[in-house]
Design a protein around this ligand. Sequence first.
Ligand SMILES: [Mg+2]
Length: 328
Amino acid sequence: MRTRFRGQTRREVMLIRGPAGWAEFGPFPEYGPVESAHWLRAAVTAAWEGLGAPLREQVPINATVPAVAPAEVEQVLANYGDLDSIPAVKIKVAEPGANTADDVARVAEVCRLLPRAGIRVDANGAWSMAQAVSQLCKIAEIAGPAFEYAEQPVAGIEPLAELREQLRSRGVPVLIAADEAIRKVDDPLRVAALGAADLMVVKVPPLGGVTRALDIVNRSGLPAVVSSALDTSIGLSAGLALAAQLPDLPYACGLGTVSLFEHDVVAAPLLPSAGVIPVPLAEDREDGKVVRSPEPDPELLHRHRVSAERQAWWFDRLSEAYDVLHGS
Ligand SMILES: [Mg+2]
């Protein structure tokens, strides 16, 4: 990783090749077999059934600013190319150890550098109700009409609904996006049923694959932002496939995360350029154009191969996740 993200500086994933192409199994290290089984379902469906046919051939992409000091914001944004082409910026806030003034200053710096971009903040559920109200009021004032939404400002589903109420009663109608409340619960549709959010952030691996994620979005009736979870370009192609298949895509997607890596496993990484990533496509004899993950580069695979010990750890996880998936 170019910079610490989700508390990590190094990312490991397992790559799987099936008849429909390459796929990625990369549950985060702390995930157990039950959570990992969703990620495995996503990888197996991608590698065996493919990634589907696209409705659009490019996807608008937001930049992501980790919890860095304001002085480092410009450098992070420079990784995304021409600043004027960035349609929206997601800014991480409420990271452990960060103070509330730094979070606001980071948002202000993004607004200063990119006065025309949409602004979102992501607290990963880490704010208390009082902190969320106070911070979002400050951020709404700084960002003004550019403020698109706040992603999972507080943990849970009911608290999101309560926060929406509190902000509205203060005349600060910030849109609320559910993220962890979608992918960390048994029923991803409960958010929509309770009116707890204005939109949902969807990631392919925790929802068990492109088809399942599409189904959840369609049934929720909410606008969706497709996001990635520190995937290599191979895993990322499944997120692009979902974004390419959603009937409506009103917001730029959080699929620019390959920019956070120092290295990738494919020769031409799926990085945003001019604010979009082209969807990787292939001609299929029966289905016409389909989304197809890129091939890993053998030399890069060799260079970034993990130790034998880490490989054994990954095969154990694969086996445990497979037992859960097979049992279901
Ligand atoms: Mg999030």
